[in-house]
Design a protein around this ligand. Sequence first.
Ligand code: COA
Length: 199
Amino acid sequence: MNTLFRSAVIKDLPALLQLEEQCFTTDRLNRRSFQWMISRAHGQLLVAQRGEHLLGYAVVLFHRGTSLARLYSIAIAAQARGNGLGKQLLDRVEACALEHDCAYLRLEVRIDNPGAIALYERNGYQRFALVKDYYQDHADALRLEKRILRRGSLSDRRTVPFGGAAVARPVCTMSQKECRGALRTPTGASSLATGSKAT
Ligand SMILES: CC(C)(COP(=O)(O)OP(=O)(O)OC[C@H]1O[C@@H](n2cnc3c(N)ncnc32)[C@H](O)[C@@H]1OP(=O)(O)O)[C@@H](O)C(=O)NCCC(=O)NCCS
């Protein structure tokens, strides 16, 4: 059966919440966060559907006025893992970020999540920072980045905040506990775009 990749709609909420429950033990997105991402966020919530089943999702957020996109979360249902679905969603996230004129994609991943780290590194993401005490359970995160826009492209002219590949890369000094609140009480795209997630 073919897999359909599409933008999430409000009707997907129950399946998204179920997936979140199954895939993450901490830093879970709640109904309100998903709702906000579907309807108001400056970003895209993509889902992978096969038949009636929602098998995965990915959230990408954009940073207004910059060429930076952020993979905020990605998850594949346990029974569908290891078949290339995560990679396919990642490819679509990158395409979506390119459509939004982004040159770089960034993400955070738990240092104790070797499967996800392998997925990213095999797809060209490079480590550039270690963020201590990033997650609700105090686990550390690796911050990774990939340049998705070819150098010299006409749209390659916007800025990258917080030290992109082209400039010095300070380790993030942002308080992650501060950021985490942004998701629980979404107030706007910019606060969410810097918040933490299990990705
Ligand atoms: C991480 C996750 C999204 C990967 O999805 P997936 O559909 O299983 O990944 P794919 O089948 O597309 O794998 C693509 C590549 O990633 C790597 N990879 C994925 N899962 C892996 C694992 N458990 N161990 C080692 N490598 C793995 C492999 O390099 C693989 O390529 P290969 O099969 O050619 O070797 C999925 O395991 C998941 O949802 N985990 C729970 C939620 C989570 O951790 N999300 C990421 C948060 S950062």
